[in-house]
Design a protein around this ligand. Structure first.
Ligand SMILES: *Cc1c(COP(=O)(O)O)cnc(C)c1O
Length: 395
């Protein structure tokens, strides 16, 4: 088989072998429903309790503050819609950043149709939310502030602690989508000062279709998935025992190896960034130079389309993302880049490379070479980019 290189770890990651091994017995040996009042049920309860304890310990929460969900999307929906519903008598104003994941933005748009007012916080050219902008946006009827811990497209790490302090001063619920940060950055809910936080198993080498919503005890948030007595009556649906066991194991491994992984992946990223700058003219690194996720390098290649680059890289066996996986397929430029003030033409030529612990320097070097040649070839064909007598001229 041809060589394949995966540089799309922000979209999803492979399940680690140790994680899969830990999950397997819970499919067909210890298969009980934790809600059942018998030995099979009790064995399942034990596994889920252990997973809950592990996760709680790693984010400095109480086990009773950990709620299992079907993933980041459900957790984000729950935090936003559940708070909006629970506190609707108090006010109908919500504040979120303009660069949130579609799981937040689409939910906010729907809530607007239901009569809520949403302020979408601007970001600066690096994708950073200014805590002072949050303070200015607060009104007497504000009931929710949601800013992601780190952005999935450009990797910018947001000042959550500072924003949460402002939220607390005003007694407003503070939520952070930590899906990209979990397993990569230290997340201590007490230190961050957040009331709610979401994350998802498949972004840190765990399984898909499972996530967490941390809800600080005492916080009022209505259920969105109503059903049985699961998750202390707050989230119906038969407990996904193997996925929960796998997510907790993956989270434990990611946290235990956090510094070492960050060092390794940052080195790959820097090698890649430096290589691209050395070989490719007219390229911009999106996001913040240092306040960024270790794995993320997001570039705008001027005069060409991201889709074209992605297609050629895919032919060469390199898997990347243009904009974000969620918005690819649409011809709209990334809402994140537009919010950062990147012109639409430039935003169109953007590619996200996200590295993982399974990548190597050789893969990075190969990719630099392929990217450089691909960009040169596409620019030669681009109507936006002219070559005259060997001299490059941009029109
Ligand atoms: C992937 C992602 C989500 C969605 O998580 P799923 O588990 O895939 O539903 C939400 N927010 C961010 C920042 C993400 O990167």
């Amino acid at each position: 088989m041809e060589k394949r290189i995966y540089f799309d770890h922000a979209a999803t990651t492979p399940v680690k072998k140790e994680v899969l091994d830990k999950m397997l017995p819970y499919f067909s040996e210890v298969f009980g429903n934790p809600n059942s009042q018998h030995a099979f049920g009790r064995d399942a309860v034990k596994a889920v309790d252990e997973a809950r304890d592990t996760i709680a310990r790693l984010i400095n929460a109480k086990p009773s503050e950990i709620y299992f969900t079907s993933g980041g999307t459900e957790s984000d929906n729950w935090a936003l819609r559940g708070t909006a519903h629970a506190l609707r008598e108090k006010g109908k104003h919500l504040i979120i950043s303009s660069i949130e994941h579609p799981a937040m933005l689409t939910t906010a748009k729907q809530l607007e149709k239901d009569g809520y007012d949403v302020t979408y916080l601007k970001v600066d050219e690096y994708g950073l939310v200014d805590p002072e902008e949050v303070r200015k946006a607060i009104r007497p009827d504000t009931i929710f502030i949601g800013v992601m811990a780190a952005n999935n497209e450009v990797g910018t790490i947001e000042p959550i602690k500072e924003i949460a302090e402002i939220a607390r001063e005003h007694k407003i619920m503070m939520f952070t989508d930590a899906v990209q940060a979990a397993g990569v950055l230290k997340l201590d809910v007490k230190e961050l000062g957040v009331d709610m936080m979401s994350f998802s198993g498949h972004k840190f080498y765990g399984p898909k279709g499972v996530g967490v919503l941390y809800i600080r005890s005492g916080v009022r948030v209505d259920s969105i998935l109503t059903g049985g007595h699961q998750e202390r009556m707050k989230r119906g649906g038969t407990t996904n025992v193997p996925a929960i066991v796998g997510m907790a194991e993956a989270f434990r491994i990611a946290n235990e190896n956090m510094e070492e992984n960050a060092r390794y992946v940052t080195a790959l990223r820097e090698r890649f960034i430096n290589g691209i700058f050395a070989r490719v003219p007219d390229v911009k690194l999106n996001g913040h130079r240092t306040r960024r996720l270790p794995a993320n390098a997001d570039f705008s290649f001027k005069y060409i389309e991201g889709e074209g680059i992605l297609f050629h890289l895919d032919l060469a066996g390199i898997s990347v993302s243009s904009g974000s996986a969620c918005s690819s397929g649409s011809l709209e430029p990334s809402h994140v880049l537009l919010a950062m003030g990147v012109p639409a033409e430039t935003a169109h030529g953007s590619i996200r490379f996200t590295f993982g612990t399974d990548n190597t320097e050789e893969e990075v070097d190969y990719a630099i070479d392929v990217v450089a040649k691909t960009v040169e070839k596409l620019r030669a064909m681009s109507p936006l980019f002219k070559t005259e007598e060997g001299e490059k001229e941009y029109v």
